[in-house]
Design a binder for this molecule. Structure first.
Ligand code: SF4
Length: 121
C-alpha cells in the first residue's frame, strides 16, 4: 500500500491526515483530530467523489448558458465522462432552478440539475 497525505475538508481546521491505501484497503496512520476525519479519509481513499459544477447551453433564453451541478457527489473517475456529456446538452428556455437537466448523467445514477433560473427571451 502507498502512503498518502489527505487534507480533511470536513471542517476549517483542515487536518493533514496520513494514510496507507491501495484503493481497496485503507489504513489510517495519523493526523486526524476527530472521528469525522477517519470517515473522510476512508471515503477519499476507497471511493473519492465530487459534486461537479458546470454550465449548459440554453436556446431562446435571456442568457445563453445556465449553471448546473450534479445533485450528489459523483465518483471522481466519472468526472470526465460527465463533462463530455454536459458539453453536448442544449436546453430550451425557460429553465427553473432545481430542474433536472439530465437524468442519470453518464450512468452515475445521479441527475444533473440547474442551479439558476433562465427566463425565455
Ligand atoms: S479531522 Fe476532524 S478536526 Fe480535523 S479537519 Fe477533519 S473534521 Fe476537522
Amino acid at each position: 500500500m502507498n502512503k498518502k497525505e489527505i487534507t480533511c475538508i470536513v471542517c476549517p481546521i483542515g487536518c493533514k491526515i496520513i494514510i496507507k491505501t491501495n484503493g481497496k484497503k485503507f489504513e489510517l496512520l495519523e493526523g486526524n483530530k476527530c472521528k469525522q476525519g477517519v470517515e473522510y479519509a476512508r471515503s477519499e481513499a476507497l471511493d473519492p467523489r465530487r459534486v461537479l459544477t458546470s454550465s449548459v447551453l440554453v436556446e431562446d433564453g435571456i442568457w445563453p448558458l445556465v449553471s448546473v451541478k450534479t445533485k450528489k457527489p459523483i465518483p471522481k473517475e466519472k468526472v470526465f465522462d460527465v463533462l463530455k456529456q454536459i458539453q453536448r446538452i442544449k436546453v430550451n428556455a425557460p429553465v427553473k432552478i432545481g430542474q433536472v437537466i439530465a437524468k442519470n448523467i453518464a450512468n452515475t445514477n445521479i441527475d444533473l440539475i440547474a442551479t439558476k433560473t433562465i427566463d425565455k427571451l
